[in-house]
Design a protein. Structure first.
Length: 320
């Protein structure tokens, strides 16, 4: 009972922040993202007569919170398949870059959920993207969007059944290109989510985020890149502001994040259609159109940064 699946990382366009239900990882508001096609996680899941559950992440045996989050997905699959077998899960990030805010945990949740459902013989459920997104969500909230692929919207809902993701568009609607600048930091995404609730601006954030999801979805469907870029950039600034004004004052941006943002603004002053975005980490995503991506990438590389150039990636898929 073994299967291997692949899922791509994602750029959060309207970021979710805070969770009203930590057990089920249900957020306070909707969110929207787009999958990359250059960074992904492969996950192999095997059920069998092992002595214990084992999870290996990038060659390291997982323990503590990392192990708990993976086993939560596995337990949901075991219950659905009515099996009482131990599991061996092996995941690997591609490329192996040390970065925060890259979306690897989202891709891991999606790939593990897909592989586990197939390995357990639940192929029809694995191909039901709403169900798959609900299972993936148990590891990382954003995993539900990664599982769906392309442009996806996570409907926050209020229970396990109605908190899921749907695809809302693809490159036929808005043919986006983006440059990913992986940057590292020693911080926890879960800490950032907890911080959000203590910010005095958080109630307003819930309201504006839900409104912005509708606006971003419309911009995608209309192929309106300028409106799309402005909305996504504004959302990133709101996310950072809410996090910084929580009780612990977590600062997600670094000197390099700000330097990349200044490069983006300089390009825009020269007439290049380009916008930046960040999620819960210093990694920066720079959004543009196909005809300008080489120029944007070259400018950022010239400043000394490693980059990944991406188009739109698909949803979780079985590869073995």
């Amino acid at each position: 009972m073994r299967s291997k699946a692949r899922a791509f990382t994602m750029q959060a366009l309207v970021k979710y922040h805070g969770m009203r239900d930590w057990e089920l990882r249900i957020p306070y508001h909707d969110s929207v993202s787009v999958n990359t096609d250059v960074a992904y996680v492969d996950a192999q899941v095997e059920f069998g007569d092992f002595d214990s559950d084992v999870v290996i992440i990038n060659g390291q045996v997982a323990s503590g919170r990392s192990l708990e989050r993976v086993i939560k997905v596995i337990d949901r699959v075991r219950a659905a398949a009515e099996i009482d077998l131990k599991v061996r899960v092996v995941t690997e990030n591609h490329p192996k870059v040390r970065a925060k805010g890259m979306g690897y945990s989202a891709a891991a949740g999606a790939s593990i959920a897909k592989a586990a459902l197939y390995a357990a013989g639940l192929r029809e459920l694995a191909e039901d993207t709403r169900y798959l997104s609900r299972v993936a969500r148990l590891l990382a909230g954003s995993a539900c969007r990664s599982a769906v692929g392309k442009y996806a919207r996570w409907y926050s809902g209020s229970s396990d059944e109605d908190s899921y993701a749907d695809r809302i568009g693809d490159e036929r609607d808005l043919d986006l290109r983006f440059v990913v600048i992986p940057l590292s930091a020693d911080l926890s995404t879960e800490d950032a989510h907890r911080e959000a609730e203590s910010s005095p601006f958080f109630p307003q954030r819930i309201k504006t985020a839900n409104e912005r999801c509708d606006q971003v979805e419309k911009a995608i469907r209309d192929g309106d890149f300028e409106t799309f870029g402005k909305l996504v950039e504004r959302d990133a600034m709101e996310l950072l502001a809410v996090t910084m004004t929580g009780d612990s004052g977590i600062i997600l941006v670094t000197h390099d994040s700000l330097r990349v943002i200044s490069i983006v603004k300089a390009l825009r002053r020269r007439g290049v259609p380009v916008y930046y975005s960040m999620q819960t980490g210093p990694t920066v995503y720079v959004d543009t159109l196909p005809e300008h991506v080489d120029e944007v990438d070259e400018e950022i590389r010239r400043a000394g940064y490693f980059t990944l150039v991406s188009g739109l990636g698909g949803g979780a898929e079985v590869i073995e």
